[in-house]
Design a protein around this ligand. Structure first.
Ligand code: UD1
Length: 359
């Protein structure tokens, strides 16, 4: 019987993926020791999610912060090894594909502790993405692999991983369903900006290949910034630094761009639900757009979330400015229906916990 778990989180999307599982775990006799690596540390990237989602405060924050990826991962690994030595859990639980995920996986492996991975089996088949390395390595180290979609199960089978694999659905769907009724009819933020429902787009960008090369970034910003729709753009800290490097006035010269600080979970969901269209290079936001019935244009060369492509809800565009601009012009308003069928039944977290309690 499993008595104690150490859960490792550290970056914004992991707080969202983890909170329904933490809630379900709290109903059991299993003790959960929550470690925050400190990968994300700004209040708007971290604390706001703990308050809104009512995630328990971390039992320990390693405070690693930002830095080169090898350094960042090694600092986390060092800190986690100490935690696991002190806590002696029966299992280590990790989420998604960030450097915090990989550090948690390596720490469990080195300490010879069982490892469970939530959101296992995702693949972009793009080895230039750090997330792809993190996923592949974590899945090959994990004893329990909780897959959100049948595609993820197939991806694992193609790599010879069939033991310990469970198709449970997506905990991000659980999260959206937990809050969707509370969002109200309109986005507070959109109406505060004078925007009518379904008369604006929402954009997020943070992938290095979109924002680190000034030419690529400028091309994308211009395509979005001259859109016929106003585009609300909550800016990730990494992207903010790149925007500043382009010159203070560059974004101000793009008439459709409305820049904001990064948003909390509820504001973001409400903003997306009220929008006409989502433009993003985030994995999570592609799914949230799909769950909330908003069309999505994905500013990446590929997606891990093939299910969102069905019926044209999501379109993979790449980073070319003229292609992005044309796709915005061609985008039709969507029927306001929630899309939930391909990511489980909204009870992925309970299924995960049931499997864990049976270990
Ligand atoms: C990380 C994940 C990515 C995930 C994203 C969600 C990896 C390899 N990448 O990318 O998969 O989609 O989180 O946001 O783990 N920064 C701050 N304050 C913060 C956090 C970051 O200012 O609270 C700045 C720093 O300048 C930092 C940069 O953002 O160097 C990038 O942060 P980092 O955690 O390295 O990666 P993300 O781009 O956030």
């Amino acid at each position: 019987m499993l008595a104690k778990i150490v859960t490792v989180v550290g970056a914004r999307p992991q707080f969202i993926k983890a909170f329904p599982v933490c809630k379900a775990l709290a109903q059991t006799g299993i003790e959960e020791f929550l470690v925050h690596t400190g990968q994300h540390y700004d209040a708007v990237m971290s604390q706001v999610f703990f308050s809104e989602l009512k995630l328990p405060e971390p039992d320990l924050n390693l405070g690693v912060g930002s830095g080169p990826p090898g350094w960042q991962t090694s600092q986390m690994l060092t800190g986690l090894e100490k935690v696991l030595t002190e806590q002696r859990p029966d299992l280590v639980l990790v989420y998604g594909d960030t450097n915090s995920t990989l550090a948690g996986s390596l720490a469990a492996l080195k300490m010879q502790l069982p490892l469970a991975h939530v959101e296992a089996g995702l693949r972009s088949f793009n080895r230039s993405m750090p997330e792809e390395h993190n996923r592949v390595l974590t899945d090959h180290a994990a004893d329990l692999l909780f897959c959100p979609t049948p595609t993820a199960v197939d991806n694992l089978a193609n790599e010879g991983i069939t033991e310990g694999v469970h198709l449970v659905g997506d905990t991000m769907l659980d999260a959206v369903l937990a809050f969707v009724e509370q969002l109200g009819d309109a986005s507070r933020l959109a109406s505060g900006l004078g925007l009518e429902p379904e008369a604006y787009a929402v954009c997020t960008l943070h992938r290095p290949y979109n924002v680190d090369d000034p030419e690529v970034f400028r091309d994308i910003l211009q395509a979005i910034g001259t859109s016929p729709l106003p585009v609300v753009f909550p800016v990730h800290p990494r992207t903010r630094a790149r925007l500043e490097a382009l010159g203070q006035d560059y974004s101000k010269r793009q008439p459709s761009l409305i820049l904001t600080e990064p948003l909390g979970y509820l504001d973001m969901l409400a903003l997306v639900r009220g929008s006409r269209l989502v433009l993003t290079d985030s994995g999570g936001l592609q799914k949230e757009a799909y769950f909330l019935g908003r069309p999505c244009l994905t500013i990446r060369p590929e997606t891990e979330w093939l299910e969102t492509l069905e019926d044209g809800w999501n379109t993979v565009l790449g980073s070319n400015g003229s292609g992005i601009h044309q796709a915005i012009l061609n985008c039709r308003p969507a029927a306001n229906s929630r899309r939930a069928t391909k990511f489980g039944d909204g009870h992925a977290s309970e299924k995960i916990v049931r499997i864990l309690t049976g270990v």
